[in-house]
Design a protein around this ligand. Structure first.
Ligand code: ADP
Ligand code: MG
Ligand code: MG
Length: 251
């Protein structure tokens, strides 16, 4: 489903190279965990997948279902089923969460040539998904993410993901700032979306999340490239020994 080949990318403004020859393949149905020390380029990779303009790809390619996405803007990528849950979800003052969900869902439906959702259908869908994530419906009247706790923001991200039913989900440190109960709820939401035709990339600094979202593969990022890949045991090994050993080995 996703094939990243020898990707090199830099910050457009300064020219600093952050991604330095990254290779990664993720199959449909696979849950791939990306781990790595702070500053290794995990968030940068997720932004590049989503198509953020601040980064420039200088070499390599990103194939999604065999097609390069490098020439596509973020909206096109989203319409093709790529979804990024942010490490730091943006606050959008003045836009109620429910209104935001309606706009996002209808934009996706328009892109697919489907009719807009009728309000009762929208409410039913949102109520079901919010219920599963143990989110209070009253929260949906509040401006998106404004004054939400860390856990509430992450739930709001998973709610958007659940409703948009993407094919490739990229979750950037969805665990950061979550207490254990919120972590379980978020992990349940993610696990509910696991399916043979959907791939997920779960980015995390810590092994803890991977006790709840058990990955099929684990990839360690360091200085902008994947330096080691393995199965879920690699995450346990990292938890015990830290990143230093593996990073040193690769260097
Ligand atoms: P991670 O998510 O693995 O902690 P990031 O992708 O956030 O790492 O950052 C990788 C490196 O790139 C860091 O050294 C960070 O400071 C740098 N970086 C990322 N984006 C920018 C930017 N827009 N301007 C300057 N430096 C950046
Ligand atoms: Mg970081
Ligand atoms: Mg990050």
């Amino acid at each position: 489903m996703l094939e990243i080949r020898n990707l090199h990318a830099r910050i457009a403004e300064t020219g600093t190279e952050i991604i330095r020859g990254l290779n990664l393949t993720v199959k449909g149905g696979e849950v791939a965990a990306i781990m790595g020390p702070n500053g290794s380029g995990k968030s940068t990779l997720s932004y590049i997948l989503a198509g953020r303009e601040d980064y420039e790809v200088t070499e390599g390619d990103i194939l999604y279902n065999g097609e390069s996405i490098l020439g596509m803007d973020p909206a096109e990528r989203a319409a093709k089923g790529i979804f990024l849950a942010f490490q730091y979800p943006l606050e959008i003052p003045g836009v109620a969460t429910m209104e935001f969900l309606k706009v996002a869902l209808n934009a996706q439906r328009r892109a697919r040539g489907e009719p807009e959702l009728k309000i009762p259908d929208l409410l039913r869908k949102v109520r079901e998904a919010a219920g599963r994530l143990k989110m209070d419906m009253a929260m949906l009247k509040r401006p998106l993410n404004v004054g939400f706790s860390g856990g509430e923001k992450k739930r709001a991200e998973i709610l958007q993901m659940t409703l948009l039913e993407p094919k490739l989900c990229v979750l950037d440190e969805t665990d950061s700032g979550l207490d254990i109960d919120a972590l379980k709820v978020v992990a349940d939401g993610v696990n509910a979306l696991r399916s043979p035709d959907r791939a997920m990339i779960v980015i995390t600094h810590y092994q803890r999340l991977l006790e709840y979202i058990v990955p099929d593969s684990v990839h360690v990022l360091s200085r902008g490239r994947v330096i080691k890949s393995g199965d879920k045991d690699l995450a346990l090994q990292l938890e015990q020994n830290g990143y230093a050993g593996i990073v040193g080995e690769a260097a």
